[in-house]
Design a protein around this ligand. Structure first.
Ligand code: NDP
Ligand code: KPL
Length: 310
């Protein structure tokens, strides 16, 4: 397949290495020192199963150099979505599928404001990866699951082809019969992991061990699940308990990317996580005080602290 990563950070870079290794033509869209390092030294994935290096089919900051592709792995931080969507237009043909893996529940709808309806799918990722240094993607832990589908979850050849490519490349892309439920299920978990580990400057272990943090976590989970249900998402009746059980199984020292970015003084995706929960709750006419409080606490740090991140 011809696949582009827009862009080539934690999500795009991980899949770019796996898919290029498996023989696909992968175009990596990147910029600045990261692009220069990919061009000079290849793209490296440093993970628990070792170090892999690939030379992408094309590495560029100009999607026009790539032309039409079969699929675009769409992974940028929430605030970069609109610019990235506009920039990737030259790679989109009538049957190109654009799969967003952003955290939150609004990426597909936001893409639809910019890209043709026929091109936009929906997805979510469970993996822990980051750009460790220019040209190098670091994976923490073994888990790497990518769930995606057409927005209405109907089967399609292009989704089947991309799933097959990702599965054959050694990652995990299971089928789903309801992508909206899956995106929301991750949001139920992530709104709590993100909000509490970032605002509490704490780990999963602290949440599990400290009753006060555990209580806050469970309140966020309950609120976010209620928002989803009010919006008509078919979340299971036991998602609250299941989410707490999942939290207890997460690596004890884990924190959300939001917490890690906050600590590094980088911009954080608060608007698309705690902020989205607060905003969607208001729209649905229900109250979400825990999400609102976490949003307010994190909001001053939304744009990061450039002095700290230097
Ligand atoms: N990484 C992970 O483990 C997971 C991430 N997610 C979600 O996936 C999304 C993507 O995360 P992740 O991949 O980690 O993010 P990263 O910050 O690692 O990567 C995003 C990359 O996109 C680049 N970029 C943004 N806009 C453009 C553009 N217009 N042209 C070229 N490059 C661009 C950024 O470059 P620059 O630095 O120059 O801006 C950066 O290199 C987020 O919503 C995240 O929450 C979800 C699950 C797991
Ligand atoms: C919690 C995790 C690592 C799960 O994929 C995540 O999505 C993030 O921190 O951004």
């Amino acid at each position: 397949m011809r696949i582009a990563t827009m862009a080539t950070g934690g999500i795009g870079g991980f899949l770019a290495v796996r898919l290029a290794k498996a023989g696909h033509e992968v175009a990596t869209i990147a910029r600045g020192p990261h692009l220069r390092a990919i061009r000079d030294n290849g793209l490296t994935l440093d993970g628990p199963s070792g170090v892999e290096v690939v030379q992408p089919w094309i590495a560029t900051d100009d999607p026009a150099e790539v032309g039409e592709v079969d699929a675009i792995i769409f992974g940028v931080k929430g605030d970069a979505l609109e610019d990235a969507a506009k920039a990737c237009q030259p790679m989109i043909g009538p049957n190109t599928v654009v799969v967003p893996f952003l955290n939150g529940v609004e990426a597909a709808a936001r893409l639809l404001e910019i890209l043709p309806e026929q091109n936009v799918a929906n997805g979510m990722a469970q993996v822990s990866t980051t750009i460790a240094s220019p040209g190098v993607i670091k994976q923490t832990g073994e888990f790497n699951v990518f769930i995606f589908a057409e927005r209405d979850s109907r089967p399609s050849d292009r989704i089947t082809a991309l799933r097959k490519a990702i599965n054959e490349a050694g990652s995990n892309a299971p089928e789903t019969d309801d992508i909206e439920r899956d995106v929301w299920s991750k949001f139920v978990l992530f709104s709590a992991v993100s909000g509490v580990t970032a605002a509490g400057r704490c780990t999963i272990q602290d949440i599990v061990n400290m009753p006060q943090l555990g209580e806050l976590f469970r309140r966020v989970v309950t609120e976010t699940a209620a928002i989803g249900r009010t919006m008509g998402v078919a979340l299971g009746p036991d998602i609250e308990e299941k989410t707490w059980a999942i939290a207890k199984q997460l690596p004890p020292t884990m924190r959300a990317s939001t917490a890690i970015d906050l600590e590094k003084g980088l911009p954080i995706e608060v608007e698309w996580i705690s902020g989205a929960a607060a905003r969607l709750a208001k729209k649905a006419g229900i109250s979400a005080p825990a999400n609102e409080a976490l949003y307010a606490i994190l909001l001053p740090h939304k744009d990061g602290n450039p002095q700290q991140s230097r």
